[in-house]
Design a binder for this molecule. Structure first.
Ligand code: HBI
Length: 95
């Protein structure tokens, strides 16, 4: 069972990530990505999906045309864990 980040660990991790913000009333973080068009957005989602499968850690996400919104939290821990930070860093590497 993976441990939730402490408040300090979470604050430090968010400060080190670009563009991710805490979700109101939930131990999760979110970032919205805007692309040139839908096919760029979907190509990004495909890369994220493959990385998520490889990590066995999956995003909560939505796509509207060229916008992709991703929320990360660890369901098993009911909050943010190191796995969310690791996946966010991989996702950020795709943009
Ligand atoms: N993704 N975000 C998230 N949180 C989880 O707890 C999680 C997951 N992907 C797969 C996964 N857990 C599996 O390990 C369990 O469903 C068995």
């Amino acid at each position: 069972m993976i441990a939730r980040l402490t408040a300090n660990e979470r604050d430090e991790a968010l400060a080190a990530l670009v563009g991710w913000a805490p979700v109101k009333d939930r131990d999760a973080m979110t970032r919205t990505f805007m692309f040139a068009d839908f096919k760029e957005a979907f190509a990004f989602m495909t890369r994220v999906a493959l990385a998520a499968e490889k990590m066995d850690h999956h995003p909560e996400w939505s796509n509207i045309y060229k916008t992709v919104t991703i929320t990360l939290s660890t369901h098993e821990a009911n909050g943010l864990t190191r796995r969310d930070i690791d996946l966010a860093k991989i996702i950020d590497g795709f943009v």
